[in-house]
Design a protein around this ligand. Structure first.
Ligand code: NAP
Length: 402
């Protein structure tokens, strides 16, 4: 592993020198070595040193020349090659098991429960359109609500959910309870005006006693017309927040409408208007595994294809089209089959402490993903049932399935 020569983030231009001994092997092991790196590279360097069995003697902050902190070249000037891990350290293979990078996801300033079911915010529908192409199965709509005028203003961040209380009453004559939906728009909303929220909703449909039953809230939402008023609660949820590190790697595993939070991450990373508004310039690797029954059921596919064209070094998009493609056993192609196909690359990424995995969608995908990860880990001599809780503890494994 090499310490990258990426620029220090605009938020922190500090540069540090780290003095290390007992690094490498043989004679080299006694030699003292110095590394000068920008703040953004400090933690990865520390982890590499720890893995290599090095002893850190001194960590000091450099004083910068007057214009250096503003210079885009700070990282390039200062970055040093990372130590080569010793064979012993490589054998330990400890990166994924060490939750060293604690709290990479900031929970500060994340709004929660601004509106509760007893006193919900009344939003107005501004848009409701189908996300599906001809020949798709079922109904999936993108629905946008105006949030302007609330006191407090209903705001949220990427990865959160809101509640919707559908109009009407249940069989017992009581008002319907709220249903939670993952938010599909970034904090700025699709129109970048900071006052809307969008959802991606599939109309629930199933057979019972020979009858077709439709979901109460999902049908209410898919049928709703612009101008209608809707009771909204929340926001809630801190499980699916994005790390702030612009060099994090983000692996996304989504089935169907579970794409909602992934759309928010990808817009934040790759939409030009978002990058401009946020000053957050994602430079890591994002990899979306998307499961859909048919090509016509792929959601936001044009946007994701565009991101791939515009950011080929930063975004990878792998589809599992279950009813059109077959896995190696001749069965339906699910995202866990794609995970197995790319197991080596996925594990190489997971070994990097800056990598996060996000899973959202059908609860049924969890055992399949676990099985695929178990097999992939075993091929590297690792035990997935031990690794997974450690990744979870390090806030690098994020799951929201229904
Ligand atoms: P969908 O369009 O039916 O697509 C789901 C895809 O996953 C299909 O290709 C399906 O294949 C495949 N699949 C089925 N069983 C699987 C398994 N065990 N492992 C892996 N893949 C499997 O999906 P959907 O109806 O939108 O469902 C999405 C789920 O996400 C729902 O349960 C929803 O509650 C949940 N969710 C929604 C939100 C939201 O805010 N909208 C947020 C979080 C979670 P086949 O059907 O061809 O077998």
């Amino acid at each position: 592993m090499r310490v990258t020569t990426a620029k220090a983030s605009g938020a922190d231009g500090r540069v540090f020198t780290v003095v290390v001994e007992s690094l490498g092997t043989g004679v080299q092991r006694r030699a003292e070595r110095r590394f000068t790196v920008p703040f953004s590279q400090l933690q990865p360097l520390m982890q590499t040193i720890a893995r290599s069995g090095g002893r850190i003697r001194v960590v000091s902050q450099e004083s910068l020349p007057a214009d250096a902190s503003a210079s885009s070249g700070v990282g390039e000037q200062a970055a040093a090659p990372a130590p080569t891990p010793s064979p012993e350290a490589a054998a330990v293979h400890a990166a994924p098991t060490q939750p060293a990078a604690k709290a990479p996801v900031s929970h500060a300033a994340v709004p929660v429960n601004l509106y509760k079911p007893k006193d919900p915010f009344i939003g107005t529908v501004v848009d409701n359109y189908s996300l599906l192409a001809d020949g798709a199965i079922g109904r999936v709509n993108h629905i946008t609500f105006d949030l302007a005028g609330g006191d407090p203003q209903l705001h949220y961040v990427e990865g959160q959910s809101i509640g919707i209380i559908p109009d009407g009453t249940d069989a017992a004559g009581k008002p319907h309870k709220l249903r939670l939906y993952s938010i599909a728009s970034t904090r700025h909303g699709d129109n970048m005006a900071d006052n809307t929220v969008s959802l991606c909703v599939r109309q629930l449909e199933y057979e019972k006693d020979g009858q077709t039953i439709y979901g109460v809230c999902s049908t209410f939402l898919c049928d709703i017309q612009p101008g209608a008023k809707v009771k909204i609660t929340g926001p809630v949820g801190k499980e699916m927040l994005l790390p702030e590190d612009e060099e994090a790697n983000i692996i996304m595993l989504a089935t169907g409408t579970g794409i909602a939070p992934m759309r928010t991450y990808l817009r934040r990373m790759f939409e030009p208007t978002e990058r401009e508004a946020n000053g957050w310039n994602f430079r890591g690797k994002a990899w979306l595994f998307m499961g859909a029954p048919k090509t016509a059921n792929l959601l936001y596919d044009d946007d994701f294809n565009r991101y791939q064209t515009e950011y080929p070094d930063n975004f990878r998009y792998t589809k599992a089209i279950s009813r059109e493609q077959q896995n190696s056993k001749g069965g339906r192609m699910y995202i866990q089959d794609r995970v197995l196909e790319h197991a080596d690359e996925i594990f190489a990424l997971i070994e990097d402490p800056r990598t996060h995995v996000y899973m959202c969608g059908l609860r049924g995908m969890e055992p399949g993903i676990d099985e695929a990860m178990t097999a992939a880990a075993a091929a590297k001599g690792l035990n997935w049932s031990e690794l997974r809780p450690q990744l979870k503890k390090a806030e690098r494994w994020h799951v929201e399935t229904y």
